[in-house]
Every structure is written in structure tokens, then in C-alpha cells.
Design a binder for this molecule. Structure first.
Ligand SMILES: Nc1ncnc2c1ncn2[C@@H]1O[C@H](COP(=O)(O)OP(=O)(O)OP(=O)(O)O)[C@@H](O)[C@H]1O
Length: 396
């Protein structure tokens, strides 16, 4: 089964009922079933989705029509002599008739066309809204889907995330959304965050948060802590062996999930020992409760050509420079995005378009304020003490 999502704006209309017609039918008459079916039939005509039999054109039959929340669903059959691939190849015809937000699923001899007339819009982060239906042990908030709901996934079930996109595409805001929500949702005994900020620009606001083990700005400072994580994985592995269980979730002792989140991980490319640890986490971390979230501007094909890429089961592809970059990330279509905060999200084998909420630095700081631990102020020796020390040296 292939899922295609309409993410490109197709302005032009073809002959017959086209997108403007759909818009007026939808907006004026809401769910006028007859007219909406007519539009679908027109798209079959204009897309040449028919099979000729003795001079007769046989078009798909609309088997079902349904409206629900933010979505219209049409189910149609694929007449003999036509293939699902032909529909997939010419899916732009449906966009020309129903607008940019469609989803076409061609499966065996059936097509399911979902149309989202209201589309996707930018919106601001609100903790209560985005957490209304959150579930899972490590819920990762992505944003609003075409269905109108907030889409999230459980990092334990979909381990390790790649976040990629051009500068200004909304990666930092998305990471703020993910981390701030986790910090507000979970106790420090449940999750521990290790943050790598190689551009020294993103993670200041997470310093001294109870859940944050540390914020590291260079390979040299990150290396020892990742080595500790490696040792911790070995310890956890031994505990699983001793208890004869497969995952830390089955242990009596409750261990915190460890999440290593690194911004602009490409800057670590030459640090092969660090990259090896990240790859090891991606291979065996899931059962041990250790996860990675990696972000980068330009996806680096060398960095992402091995096990690491395969093991990053979730990909968030924000605006990308071109189709090659989108392909490396694994989110085809992200090269067509133009809105900051918009991503093509790949989870399992499906792709969907999502709008991430905007969470600005200032607001995130405010939300995180209650979780800050007091700053440790090193005692400064009195000037007199220095003088005494100096005296001692003088006497020697
Ligand atoms: N979800 C969003 N909704 C609306 N606007 C957004 C969203 N995310 C980001 N923006 C806008 O885009 C700007 C850049 O966003 P952001 O800093 O997150 O991009 P970035 O991909 O991290 O860039 P860089 O790689 O340069 O750090 C923000 O200042 C904001 O104006």
C-alpha cells in the first residue's frame, strides 16, 4: 500500500469542474454529496482514468462517500485495464480539483481519496492543547495533522528521530516543543536529557532544568558523557540478562529513559568514536531505554548512509533545498514545502504533512521556569584569604 499526500500547491485548473469549483461547492453547500461526487467524476474524466471497452469508456465507480471532522473520503474501484500506478502517477489531477491537501491511497483494486478542505495553518504552542490526547511512555509532539488533531508518537515504540531542514525552516522551534512538553509531562525520575548544542545557540534555556543531565557545547565535553551512557547501557543490558527480560520496562527497578538530543550533529562527523556511540544507541538503545534525537540543516549522505539512518525510525523533513536532500532524509515532498514549521513526517512506512506549533524561546523559557534548579554559586574566597596564601608562598 502506498500513501501519497498532497503537499504541493497546484494553482492551475483543468477544463471542467476544478479546484475553484470544489471550493465554492464545499464552502457554500458544505457537504453537498451529489456535487462533490460530480467533481470527483470530472477528475476521472480530466485525468483520463478510464478503460475503453468496445468504444465505451469505463470510469471508476464511486463506492462510498463520507464526511468526518476535517475530511471528505471517497472510495472508488479501479476498473479492469487500469492500474493503481496510473492513479498514483497522475494524482496531481485530484489536487487540481480538490486543492492542495489530499491523500490518495491505492490498494489492490481500490482507491481511497481523502480531501482536507481546511488544510493546515500555522498556530502557536499551547501546552494544554497539544497535550490533550497525549499517550505513551515518551510522547513526542509533532504538530497538527490534516485530520485536525495533534499528532504525537511514543518514542519507545518509534525509537530515534532525525530532524532536518534548511535554516529558518523551524527545527529549533520543533525541538523546543518536543523537549518543553516532555519536561512538563514527565518527572526527572522518568526521563533524563543529555543535550548537545554544537552551534552554541539552541539549548541555553534548558540549562539547570531538573530533567537535564547537562548541555554540552563541544565534542570534547560531549565525549565523556556519551561514554558514561555507553557504560550505563552495558549495565542495563546486564540487568536485563539477570532478570531474563527484554526491556527495562519489564524490570522491577524503574530506570529513567535517557534521551540524547544533538543539534547540528553534522559537526560531529569527524568524531568517529562519538558517531560510533550514537550508532550503538540507535542499534540497541530501545530495549535499554536510551534514545537519540538528531538534528541537522543539510542531511549528510555519508553520515546517514549506514545503520544510523536505518535505525532513526522517525524522520521530520522540514523545508529542504531539493528533492535529493528530501530523499536522503526519507521525506519526499519536503522540498516542496514553503511554510516554516511545516514538515513531512515519516513514521513506520507512512508519510504525512504536519504543521508544528510555534514555540518561541521567550515563551519556552517561561514555561520551563518552574523546573529550574537554583544556580550553584561557588564561594569566592575573601581577598584576605588570597593575601594569606600569597604570604605563605613568599615565606617559602
Ligand atoms: N512552527 C512554526 N510556525 C510558524 N513559524 C515558525 C515555526 N517555526 C519557526 N517559525 C518561524 O521561522 C523562524 C526560524 O525558525 P527556527 O529558528 O526554528 O528555524 P531553524 O530551522 O532552527 O533554523 P536554524 O537552522 O538556522 O537554526 C522563527 O523565528 C519563526 O519566525
Amino acid at each position: 500500500m502506498l500513501t501519497l499526500i498532497g503537499w504541493s500547491m497546484v494553482g492551475a485548473s483543468v477544463a471542467g469542474l476544478s479546484y475553484p469549483a470544489f471550493e465554492s461547492v464545499f464552502l457554500k453547500n458544505k457537504y453537498n454529496e451529489k456535487k462533490l461526487k460530480e467533481i470527483l467524476h470530472k477528475s476521472f474524466v480530466n485525468g483520463k482514468f478510464y478503460h475503453e471497452n468496445n468504444g465505451m469508456k469505463v470510469y471508476p465507480t464511486i463506492l462510498k462517500f463520507e464526511t468526518k471532522n476535517n475530511r471528505l473520503t471517497f472510495v472508488f474501484n479501479v476498473p479492469k485495464g487500469l492500474s493503481c500506478e496510473e492513479f498514483e502517477k497522475r494524482s496531481y489531477v485530484f489536487k487540481q480539483h480538490f486543492g492542495m491537501f489530499i491523500n490518495l491511497d491505492m490498494n489492490e483494486r481500490r482507491g481511497v481519496l481523502k480531501v482536507y478542505p481546511r488544510g493546515l495553518h500555522k498556530f502557536k504552542y499551547n501546552y494544554d492543547d497539544v497535550t490533550e490526547d497525549l499517550e505513551g511512555k515518551i510522547p513526542i509532539v509533532c504538530g497538527r495533522s490534516l485530520e485536525g488533531d495533534i499528532f504525537s508518537f511514543d518514542l519507545v515504540k518509534n525509537p530515534h528521530v532525525l530532524i532536518a531542514g534548511e535554516t529558518g525552516s523551524g527545527k529549533s522551534s520543533a525541538i523546543r516543543v518536543i523537549l518543553t512538553t516532555l519536561i512538563k509531562q514527565k518527572n526527572p525520575s522518568e526521563i533524563q536529557l543529555i543535550l548537545g548544542d554544537l552551534k552554541r545557540s539552541e539549548f541555553h534555556l534548558f540549562k539547570r532544568i531538573e530533567h537535564v543531565e547537562g548541555v554540552y557545547y563541544s565534542a570534547d565535553t560531549l565525549r565523556p558523557v556519551l561514554n558514561k551512557v555507553k557504560k550505563e547501557m552495558t549495565k542495563r543490558g546486564d540487568k536485563l540478562d539477570a532478570a531474563e527480560v527484554n526491556s527495562i520496562d519489564e524490570l522491577k527497578e524503574k530506570l529513567p529513559y535517557i534521551i540524547v538530543c544533538i543539534d547540528e550533529v553534522v559537526l560531529l562527523k569527524k568524531e568517529t568514536d562519538i558517531m560510533d556511540i550514537l550508532e550503538e544507541i540507535s542499534s540497541i538503545g530501545r530495549s535499554l531505554g536510551v534514545f537519540i534525537i538528531l538534528s541537522m540543516q543539510r542531511p549528510d549522505s555519508k553520515l546517514l548512509d549506514g545503520k544510523l539512518k536505518v535505525n532513526l525510525t522517525v524522520r521530520m523533513g522540514f523545508i529542504t533545498a531539493d528533492a535529493i536532500n528530501a530523499k536522503i532524509i526519507g521525506t519526499p515532498g519536503s522540498e516542496k514545502l514553503t511554510t516554516p514549521g511545516r514538515m513531512i513526517l515519516k513514521t513506520n512506512s507512512s508519510l504525512q504533512e504536519i504543521q508544528c506549533p510555534l514555540l518561541e524561546n521567550k515563551k519556552a523559557k517561561k514555561l520551563l521556569e518552574p523546573f529550574k534548579v537554583a544556580k550553584v554559586i561557588e564561594p569566592v574566597p575573601e581577598q584576605d584569604d588570597y593575601n594569606k596564601v600569597l604570604e605563605l608562598f613568599k615565606n617559602e
